[in-house]
Design a protein around this ligand. Structure first.
Ligand SMILES: Nc1ncnc2c1ncn2[C@@H]1O[C@H](COP(=O)(O)OP(=O)(O)OP(=O)(O)O)[C@@H](O)[C@H]1O
Ligand SMILES: [Mg+2]
Length: 456
């Protein structure tokens, strides 16, 4: 393999000499420039593998040189040398795309470490790129990370239903990846050439949500100055993603049910029925079985949506996925585009493994993103992890209980009923599975289901 060439730019001749001698003794080829101007003059002709450049030089300083290189579209990996205490410029340099920086005065060993790390990374990146090209084939699990059995179930369902037109309901706690799954489903569906249109059902009041979904005719309500297409129309030949559908009002639910049944609707204030070819994907962090039992969600709509349901397991129930997810997020949130991913200390990983992640994968991602910045791309120790305090165990308060005016038996019954419904939904109605989940004998389960009128 040919030698890597490093260009050293510094106005101080003794530094140039020191670095050249040292790096050459370590097997690199070197060249030098006395100023920023000289770097800019010689660069188009010379194509070094790495440029080590002093930040402070007369004429052009390092930052300006980097800007110029960017303007001329000269892609040279840069490592800057900064004086101790000039961290602002160092951050600016990193933002401009410098790979790394070393602070002066430096130890030669540290310089070597940084240089080696850069070339290792470059090789790895090239390798990864090659692999990626080789692996370029449709894979429904592309960006979704996690190998736990619970996630394998998710992949299997995605694979099974992506190509069909069936309505899919994705449910699970906040931050578990529902939107990611919706995107993946769309990308692998027969409707993938069309758009994926998202509607946040919680964000809008009832009247606005209706015109958002179905559009409106001019003058149909105060403020409707012009005719407007709704999301269903925009999603024609594509998919519509109804996020947080559990928040939809009963009135809108009724209209949605009609679209799902007849694939037909009218704009608000309009009378012409419109037809659309749309794949419907809905998501909720509520348990719609419980919601519909409580009368807050239409049961018929629930069944329409729940043709296929994908349950996203909370992160605390699949902690084995944490290390892989962490690695993924360290890659995704590199300190700079060109820097290698930060690493995590063993002790920090232990802290992550013992947290209960009420915000699930999103919380993990935010934690990592923040830690990378706080550790400035270096090793992440637990001091850089800012975790939300562990959620208090659910606590039943007597005063609250008294206010509800229920008997103890009724309250316990409520809780039991809700747990039974959730277990039934999670197990897709499979009784053996439900009995296992709730640690009940099969005949005991049957008695209880009968008691709560849940036998169906
Ligand atoms: N399995 C996963 N692999 C990689 N990234 C994930 C995974 N799950 C979630 N994420 C990431 O976590 C973040 C939150 O995910 P997403 O928005 O899909 O969650 P959600 O279930 O829709 O949350 P909410 O209910 O709060 O809307 C996103 O940045 C997403 O890319
Ligand atoms: Mg979401």
């Amino acid at each position: 393999m040919s030698k890597k060439q490093i260009l050293i730019a510094d106005d101080d001749p003794s530094i140039r000499l020191l670095l050249r001698n040292f790096l050459e003794s370590e097997g690199y080829e070197t060249a030098e420039a006395k100023s920023g101007g000289e770097v800019l003059r010689i660069l188009p002709a010379l194509t070094p593998d790495l440029l080590i450049m002093d930040l402070r030089m007369p004429e052009w300083d390092g930052i300006e040189v980097m800007k110029k290189l960017g303007e001329q579209n000269l892609k040279v990996p840069v490592m800057l040398m900064t004086a101790y205490g000039t961290s602002n410029s160092a951050i600016q340099a990193i933002q401009l795309g410098a790979f790394d920086y070393i602070t002066k005065p430096f130890e030669l060993d540290d310089v070597l470490l940084t240089v080696r790390r850069f070339f290792d990374y470059q090789e790895l990146a090239a390798e990864v790129k090659k692999l990626r090209v080789q692996l370029e084939r449709p894979d429904p699990t592309d960006k979704i990370i996690g190998k736990s059995p619970a996630m394998q179930e998710v992949y299997k369902t995605i694979g099974r239903v992506a190509r069909s037109d069936s309505t899919v309901l994705i449910w699970g706690e906040t931050g578990t990846g529902k939107e990611l799954v919706a995107q993946t489903l769309h990308q692998h569906s027969a409707h993938r050439a069309g758009p994926l249109i998202k509607v946040g059902c919680a964000a809008l009041p009832e009247t606005l949500l209706e015109s958002e979904l179905f559009g409106h005719e001019k003058g149909s309500f105060t403020g409707a100055m012009v005719q407007r297409k709704g999301r269903f129309e925009m999603a024609h030949k594509g998919s519509i993603f109804l996020d947080e559908i559990g928040e939809m009002s009963l009135g809108t639910q009724k209209k949605l049910l009609r679209v799902l049944q007849e694939r037909e609707f009218e704009r608000v204030g309009g009378s012409v029925p419109l037809q659309v070819d749309v794949r419907v994907i809905a998501a909720t962090n509520k348990d719609l079985a419980t919601e519909s039992a409580a009368g807050r969600f239409r049961e018929d709509l629930y069944y329409r949506l729940n043709v296929i349901s994908i349950f996203m397991p909370p992160l605390r129930e699949r902690k084995d996925d944490i290390p892989t997810l962490v690695e993924h997020f360290l890659h995704k949130h590199r300190f700079s585009v060109s820097s290698p991913p930060s690493r995590l200390s063993e002790e920090a990983l232990k802290v992550l493994m013992s947290h209960d992640w009420p915000g699930n994968v999103r919380e993990l991602e935010n934690t990592i993103e923040r830690a990378v910045v706080m550790a400035q791309g270096g090793i992440i120790t637990s001091q850089y992890l800012y975790l939300t305090p562990l959620k208090q165990k659910r606590f039943i308060d007597l005063d609250q209980k008294l206010q509800s005016n229920q008997s103890l038996r009724e309250t316990m019954g409520d809780i039991e009923r809700q747990l039974l419904q959730q277990a039934l939904a999670r197990a897709d109605g499979n009784r053996t599975e439900v009995a296992k989940l709730l640690k009940l004998e099969p005949n005991e389960l049957e008695t209880r289901l009968k008691e709560y009128d849940l036998e169906r």
